[in-house]
Design a protein around this ligand. Sequence first.
Ligand code: HPA
Length: 269
Amino acid sequence: MDNKKKLNETIKFIRKYTNIKPKCGIILGSGLGDFADSLTNKVIIQNSDIPYYPNSTVVGHKGQLVFGYLNNKPILAFQGRIHYYETGDLNTILYPIFVAHQLGIQKIILTNAAGGVNRNFHPGDLMLIKDHINLTFETAYSLLHPANYSAQKNIYDLKLIKTVIKIADEKNIPLREGIYVGVKGPSYETASEIEMIRRIGGDAVGMSTVNEATLASLLGMRVIGLSCITNYATGVTNLKLSHSEVTEVANKVKHRFSELITAIFLKIC
Ligand code: HPA
């Protein structure tokens, strides 16, 4: 079955549960899912119940769509995401972005847990993604016919970047800015790979977001990217890396993170 037919079935299914029509959405990465709990009048749909929707197997990813409200603003939160290394198929991992587009999302915040490559960054820091370097060697362009491209000038919306910086400043929330480098994973990098990533201009490294951001932009959405620095990337310190460390740190910053997300949505939606 082609993507269009699958998407129609997916949307029809979702619409049986809710008629809420949010224009703003958020994808919540590893350990960052709690923001969705703060929404009111929630309608929650398990990804595993949705026809053709991919399922995540990663610890710290809940795997559900949460429709709800922040004040009176409708929001759609994707709690958990699926990574390239789980399926090896770009079309599958980007299905949620197509779903967001079909549901009418115009502005999307993509969040992730990332390793700090910049030596000034520390676990617990939040970083606004100003641009990315895609080292997954995959491209979302392969999924669309050129006639359907409506790429934004910059993948990460320049006006929204300014807005987010201003909000963080007003709220006194420390916010780093930098370049996110997307890799395939699932293994963490070698110290030499991190050195390369630093030399080509990377500030943070992670296993998601770059292809999602590219597709969202191609589909005409305005994109904000936010990383939670959960660990020093390999070689920055002598510490050994583990996924539990990533989710633990994400857990510790979730209040600051939610405060920032809430303020952004209240401003831009
Ligand atoms: N490398 C890649 N992906 C990650 C890291 C890292 O150090 N931390 C969280 N996601």
